[in-house]
Design a protein around this ligand. Structure first.
Ligand SMILES: Cc1cc2nc3c(=O)[nH]c(=O)nc-3n(C[C@H](O)[C@H](O)[C@H](O)COP(=O)(O)OP(=O)(O)OC[C@H]3O[C@@H](n4cnc5c(N)ncnc54)[C@H](O)[C@@H]3O)c2cc1C
Length: 492
């Protein structure tokens, strides 16, 4: 007899979703979270009446993506407390450095699929005027739209071989154009999706995720901030009898004769012969004892490459400065952010992904106030002085929106070290195992570790799992739990 049928380590999207599905399947489930709060990097905190994301999030899909699938799997799609501000495609805008005003986007998708897939809309080669303001000539725009439409129209059969070719985004786009303006926009989108350069990102995974995000038409942000998503999964787990313990850092995974036996938490042993770790595959290797794995496996795990990290600013404003927009991309028409992440040198000028949570759910800010969250890519290592980076990037931010300086109540920021503390993952990556050609699709490392009963869920592992960030972590949970339930007898 063991204490639990299943122990889950970590309550990020991957851990909380797995816990809900295991509890729903009748497993006596225990979810252990090292932090005093749930949700990993999708957590949120309260300050002076604002509810603020720990990182920065905008969701490529709400209920139409994996979150809906998980809630349907646990028979709680209709009863869940989770609600999304959905279909935010038309609430996206760009602000280009040096240019006045804001340009509404949504246009790439709408121009390429004017009627939407549900109305049988076919991609058209319409050119959104928005790109003019991003420094693209008429010819550049024509070329860009041609490529966008090609990417959106590709069939699974056409995408699949690109996995085996291990082709990068840059290599693929180079087959059609060398136009630097087009490559610049593709780099911006790749950075936004995978937080790596197109020069090392998988073309197959890029096209698959770009299609999924674009054609699902479900860009979303949850009511109650990002934490509402893991909270809904944990409510699901508890509904089916599972138990959550916070402030419960697992210091060791117990292994005997090649099988898991349980975990050590705060000097206490808790037994189970099934463990799903959301603590990343690298940390799980360490927790289970490196010597329990053969050399090739150890080397493979240690050599997995994470994405870059991020510096974020959460700006609490006395009054709204941007109306009716959920996401505002601050674009500077250069690749210096990517270059800085690659070289470890501070960018002179950087762009930002901006989410305006209080425009999606007004209850996230006190009445009459506004919350804006800005994120930019940064390396996760090789920097000693994050304070000077934070200061420089904040000054960059003021170049786009100088009004922030006089109208803020406070500005919180995070650097990669803060993200390390929250997730426990070295270098504070946005995606723990980056979407490079060697690490996606059939080449992505398995959720199943070579110790009986030990699995990894989340954005670090799962062969053939796919999606952007949170969707990837959720897909890993869906596929890993399905694999386990197929093989194991239901516990009594
Ligand atoms: C700055 C930033 C911006 C992002 N932007 C987006 C975005 O806009 N859209 C998007 O879809 N995705 C985005 N992502 C990516 C997305 O958030 C992640 O891919 C996803 O949330 C990771 O989920 P996870 O389940 O792998 O685990 P995590 O959220 O990393 O959670 C791991 C959990 O395990 C716990 N843990 C670790 N070790 C232990 C231990 N020893 N004992 C107990 N508990 C432990 C941690 O405390 C944590 O709760 C962003 C990420 C970051 C960092």
């Amino acid at each position: 007899m063991t204490d639990y049928d299943c122990i889950i380590i970590g309550s990020g999207i991957g851990g909380s979703a797995s816990a809900a599905m295991m509890a729903h399947a009748g497993y006596k489930t225990l979810l252990l979270e090292k932090n005093s709060f749930i949700g990993g990097v999708t957590s949120s905190y309260q300050k002076e009446g604002f509810i603020i994301d720990v990182a920065i999030h905008f969701f490529p899909a709400g209920f139409r993506g994996r979150f809906g699938k998980i809630l349907r799997r646990i028979d709680m799609r209709k009863t869940t407390s989770l609600r999304f501000a959905s279909h935010l495609e038309n609430n996206i805008a760009f602000k280009v450095k040096g240019q006045k005003g804001i340009t509404r986007a949504g246009s790439i998708l709408n121009a390429a699929m004017p009627k939407g897939p549900s109305q049988g809309g076919a991609p058209s080669a319409a050119i959104p005027s928005d790109f003019k303001s991003m420094g693209l000539t008429k010819d550049d725009q024509k070329e860009l739209m041609k490529i966008m439409v090609r990417l959106l129209r590709m069939s699974k059969k056409q995408i699949q071989p690109l996995y085996d070719e291990k082709c990068t985004v840059t290599e693929y786009i180079n087959r059609f154009t060398k136009n630097p303006a087009v490559h610049g926009i593709i780099a911006f989108i790749t950075g936004g999706m995978f937080t790596i350069s197109p020069r090392i990102a998988s073309a197959a995974e890029f096209i698959k995720c770009f299609q999924e995000m674009s054609l699902t038409f479900d860009l979303s942000y949850p009511y109650g901030a990002s934490i509402a998503i893991p909270r809904a999964f944990i409510e699901g787990m508890e509904h089916y009898g599972g138990k959550l313990k916070t402030n419960a850092r697992v210091s060791k995974i117990l292994v005997e004769d090649g099988k898991v036996k349980g975990v050590v938490v705060n000097d206490e042993e808790i037994t189970s012969n099934l463990i799903l770790s959301n603590a990343s595959i690298k940390n799980t290797l360490y927790l289970a004892g490196e010597n329990n794995f053969d050399k090739d496996y150890r080397t493979r795990v240690k050599n997995l490459v994470p994405s870059y990290s991020s510096i974020t600013f959460k700006v609490a404003l006395k009054k709204p400065i941007v109306e009716n927009i959920a996401m505002l991309n601050l674009f500077h028409g250069e690749l210096s952010t990517l270059e800085s992440a690659t070289t470890g040198r501070k960018a002179k000028s950087t762009g930002f992904m901006t989410v305006i949570p209080s425009n999606c759910d007004p209850s996230l800010a006190p009445k009459g106030r506004q919350l804006m969250i800005f994120g930019t890519m940064s390396p996760g290592e090789g920097v000693k002085d994050w304070d000077s980076w934070t200061k420089a990037y904040y000054n960059n931010l003021l170049e786009y929106l100088p009004e922030i300086e006089d109208s803020n109540l406070f500005v919180d920021s995070t650097n990669p070290n803060d993200l390390v503390k929250v997730s426990g993952k070295a270098l504070g990556p946005v995606e723990s195992t980056a979407c490079t050609p060697d690490q996606v699709g059939p080449y992505r490392i398995s959720s199943e570790m070579p110790i009986e009963g030990l699995f990894v869920v989340g954005d670090s592992a799962g062969t053939n799992t796919s999606g952007i960030g949170t969707q990837l972590a959720a897909d890993s949970a869906l596929k890993c739990v399905a694999m386990i339930l197929k093989r194991r007898k239901k516990p009594n």
